[in-house]
Design a protein around this ligand. Structure first.
Ligand SMILES: *[C@@H]1O[C@H](CO)[C@@H](O)[C@H](O)[C@H]1NC(C)=O
Ligand SMILES: *[C@@H]1O[C@H](CO)[C@@H](O)[C@H](O)[C@H]1NC(C)=O
Length: 418
């Protein structure tokens, strides 16, 4: 009697465990391999220039505009950005600047910024109906959700205006009448430093090299601000049969869970229908140089409308950076995305500041003047950068390294994990 009770439960026989285990293992390997982004054998996205150029102020310009969303209270910070970009770039190229505000501009802001701006400055007010909740949305519920997000301490998520701003930059921005006449935009923010000279016209180079989207910094999104965003995007991609390119692959961190269990993970945040998560990598959209025709295309605008209907710009805090990045990964060939690694850029606490190109600083140039610059270093691509001892950048270049590998020294086996 006792012996029967003590007899161990029947084990799964070894001859079964082994092949099933191996099958799972190989399935996972194949699955990981499908998301493996092969190291390109040549640089696919070299900087447009790696030394200073004598600014060609007579060359034709592109149909482009600098844009800044600002509040009257950000006068000093906005003035600082415009002073910086003017010195680094626009004193030679004179592109127009559009300032956007959801409230009427103060005369003081207009007077100061009009004076600081080299190019033609215009001061636009975003229509009220654009800067508010969508008509169909229960405003009370949305406000309550925003309050709760704020109480959870999610960055900026307690501010109603911030949600409107994310929705605006995600889709509405590209429909504004005051931007209709332009094709390219360069997004600015109050309190930005451009720490290198930009002696060529980036709009012209974007057009010439068939680029669609340009960025300076890529980093990780705060996951809690957008738990359902990636799933909505991946669903849209699947619904429309959009093929997966290497940029999308680079954004996904393929799951180690074997099929069919992988699928059951898809209820977790940031997972697509098959259970694979987004790495949270995205381009930091407070700097962008991009083609508005892409964002105005029916493909993008329909997709934005779809996202908007899901309510996540308010019931979560979907950021325009993540929306733009995943949309670019979904629709744009990776070769049409450009990393401005030769630009010095700082906003908040994040920056990139390249080393200066040896022998490429045009010391006698009258246009560039004779202000001092940081040391020149082998491999440097910067022009007259003043980095104040800062390192090249203070953040990891995560998904970036996968599609731009000739520049990085990561070990090949690591790419399986990264
Ligand atoms: C705006 O910037 C200019 C320099 O470009 C400076 O002379 C001026 O004092 C600044 N004004 C304010 C209000 O910060
Ligand atoms: C900006 O300044 C210029 C030249 O001083 C002036 O003609 C123009 O009307 C000003 N623009 C605005 C919006 O005040």
């Amino acid at each position: 009697m006792l012996r029967r009770v003590l007899r161990p439960a029947r084990r799964v026989p070894l001859w079964l465990v082994l092949p099933v285990g191996l099958a799972f293992f190989f399935e996972v390997c194949i699955h990981m391999y499908q998301y493996h982004v092969p190291k390109p054998d040549r640089e696919l996205d070299a900087p447009f220039f790696t030394t200073c150029q004598e600014p060609d102020t007579t060359a034709p310009r592109e149909n482009a505009v600098l844009v800044m969303l600002a509040r009257n209270s950000e006068l000093v910070a906005a003035n600082k950005t415009i002073t910086s970009i003017d010195h680094a770039f626009n004193r030679w190229f004179n592109y127009p600047i559009v300032f956007m505000n959801d409230e009427p501009w103060s005369q003081k802001f207009i007077d100061v910024l009009n004076k600081t701006s080299r190019g033609l400055a215009t001061f636009e007010v975003i229509p009220q109906k654009t800067w508010t909740f969508p008509e169909w949305m229960n405003e009370g519920a949305a406000k309550q959700a925003i309050k709760e997000q704020g109480e959870q301490g999610l960055p900026h998520a307690g501010s109603e205006g911030y949600h409107h701003m994310c929705r605006y930059y995600s889709g509405k921005f590209y429909q504004m009448d005051f931007l209709k006449k332009y094709k390219w935009y360069w997004r600015l923010e109050p309190d930005v430093d451009f720490t290198c000279s930009i002696t060529y016209d980036p709009f012209v180079q974007m057009a010439k090299n068939d680029k669609v989207y340009g960025f300076t910094i890529a980093l990780w999104e705060v996951g809690k601000t957008c738990p359902s965003l990636f799933r909505e995007m991946a669903d849209w991609k699947e619904m429309h049969g959009i093929p997966t390119n290497n940029l999308w692959r680079a954004m996904v961190q393929a799951s180690w869970m074997p099929f069919p269990f992988r699928r059951f993970l898809n209820f977790l945040a940031h997972r697509d229908r098959s259970g694979d998560p987004w790495s949270l990598c995205h381009y930091w959209s407070n700097f962008e140089i991009a083609d508005m025709d892409f964002f105005r295309s029916p493909a993008y605008q329909d997709f934005f409308e779809y996202l908007d209907k899901k309510g996540g710009f308010y019931f979560e805090r979907w950021g325009d950076a993540a929306v733009h990045s995943l949309a670019v990964a979904m629709y744009v060939d990776p070769r049409q995305v450009h990393h401005f690694e030769d630009f010095g850029y700082r906003h908040d606490k994040l920056y990139q500041c390249p080393a200066n190109a040896p022998g490429g600083q045009l010391p006698g140039s009258l246009a560039l003047g004779n202000e001092p610059w940081s040391p020149e270093m082998d491999g440097g691509v910067g022009c007259r950068c003043t980095c104040d001892g800062r390192t090249r950048r203070n953040f990891e270049g995560y998904c970036l390294n996968k599609v731009k590998q000739p520049n990085t020294r990561s070990r090949p086996w690591l790419t399986w994990f990264l």
